[in-house]
Design a protein around this ligand. Structure first.
Ligand code: GLY
Ligand code: MN
Ligand code: MN
Length: 432
């Protein structure tokens, strides 16, 4: 049986900070169209605190002297289970997931006013779901209506995400081992993609191999819609159509990661469809790679969130000046932001249960310091659209190199180390 103790210890840590009652619903099962649903994905905050995978479930945590964690979930139902599959039901959920109490989810609204009585605060993902906002306010009003009988209603309504986001930002060993595996699976998928791409194939044929490798390796889903962008499509940052033909002489940019037990990988590799970089492609690739390595070397305790980005921008600006794509001194290209014609996004984001994971980037108005346990991506790029001011040899070169890293005490661990990255590694791998 899976070990749910990491989830129990997270609830314990949260209860120590909680001055009131927290209400955390999981995500609804979203309909895709008539009688058909999207594959179910739990809410990340709810899952982080419970490990409970079913829809129609709510975690209620009561702080204070008699602190307790309660799960409200669906009851067992033989008829529904024949159609839709197994349900834990309250009794089994209590045992397996280690809650202090469990109840049918249908009982929650009736019990909420009683749970909120004489509590100083109510915490909730404010504004995440209007239906839940209304339910919490209805319960709050029901408690307020009892004021004349001496009942006190919570005075503060706060966002539970402020507390949980900060916990989620620092990954524990259990999370890092899942993220390592999610990155390994995605790295293998990128390797296979490099061997699948060939002139005349469609972008979706390569995409199909990514999906196949994710599922074959036990990942539940892609962690976001993959970008499989041949040639100039790589210069469309959020290209997801993935339906065009790959051509000899062009590059293929693949941004694809998988989700394993809730945790995302997010990897980008760019390689030549025909297996050999042209001179111009190689020139730009080496600059992006140098920028990425410079950024990775800034991922360490003592750096700030912005240090890797600053390092990447400086290398890219230098390269763009050297190639004649930007004019003036490197300092002036950095200061004026002229490099943004070719590099218009930032160098990474937190990574975890959500591919763009939670956690603040600034604290007290300053970029926050990197600390062990923080997981992030490092993903500089260079995107050159056809333009009169650019030599034709560079047109439609779109390159991004993205790795997943975790800050360690000494520096960082690169989780996606196994996806070929240098020109030689890529060309050698594709030639085999
Ligand atoms: N794949 C999403 C991102 O790179 O941010
Ligand atoms: Mn990313
Ligand atoms: Mn990505």
């Amino acid at each position: 049986m899976k070990d749910y103790s990491p989830f129990i210890s997270r609830r314990k840590r949260l209860l120590e900070k909680l001055g009131g009652v927290a209400i955390v619903p999981t995500a609804p099962h979203q309909q895709r169209n008539r009688d058909s649903h999207y594959p179910y994905r739990f809410d990340s905050h709810f899952y982080y605190l419970t490990g409970f995978p079913e829809p129609e479930a709510v975690l209620v945590m009561v702080g204070g002297e008699n602190a307790k964690s309660m799960l409200f979930c669906r009851e067992r139902d033989e008829e529904r289970e024949i159609w839709d599959g197994h349900r834990f039901g309250p009794a089994r959920a209590k045992e397996v997931f280690g809650f202090d109490e469990t109840h049918p989810v249908s009982a929650l609204e009736g019990m909420l006013p009683e749970l909120l009585k004489d509590q100083p605060s109510v915490y909730h993902p404010l504004g995440a779901d209007e239906k839940w906002d209304a339910k919490v306010l209805t319960a709050l009003n029901a408690v307020r209506a009892q004021a004349r009988s001496g009942v006190e209603a919570p005075e503060n309504v706060a966002d539970i995400r402020c507390l949980v986001d900060e916990m989620r930002l620092f990954k524990d060993d259990y999370e890092i081992s899942l993220m390592r595996r999610a990155a390994q699976i995605a790295s293998n998928a990128h390797r296979i993609a490099m061997r699948t791409a060939r002139p005349g194939a469609r972008e979706y044929e390569v995409e199909a191999e990514l999906f196949a490798e994710f599922r074959r390796s036990g990942a539940q889903a892609p962690s976001y819609t993959p970008i499989v962008a041949g040639g100039g499509n790589a210069c469309i940052l959020h290209y997801v159509e993935n339906d065009e033909m790959l051509r000899a002489g062009e590059l293929l940019l693949i941004d694809a990661g998988c989700e394993l037990d809730g945790y995302a990988s997010d990897i980008t590799r760019t390689f030549p469809v025909g297996g050999k970089f042209s001179a111009a492609q190689k020139d730009v690739y080496e600059i992006v790679l140098e920028a990425q390595l410079a950024a990775i070397s800034e991922v360490k305790p003592g750096s700030t969130w912005d240090s890797p980005h600053e390092a990447a921008v400086r290398v890219l600006a230098t390269g763009l000046v050297d190639l004649g794509l930007c004019r003036g001194s490197v300092d002036s290209v950095v200061e004026s932001g002229d490099y943004k014609r070719f590099y218009m996004h930032r160098t990474g984001h937190w990574l975890g249960l959500d591919v763009h994971d939670v956690g603040s980037y600034k604290s007290g108005g300053k970029w926050r310091a990197l600390e062990p346990g923080m997981a992030l991506t490092v993903e500089p790029g260079c995107y050159i659209r056809p333009s009169e001011s650019v030599p034709e040899a560079f047109w439609n070169i779109g390159i991004r190199i993205e790795d997943d890293v975790v800050v360690t005490r000494q520096g960082c661990e690169i989780l996606s180390f196994d996806a070929p990255k240098t020109v030689k590694e890529i060309e050698d791998w594709m030639a085999k």
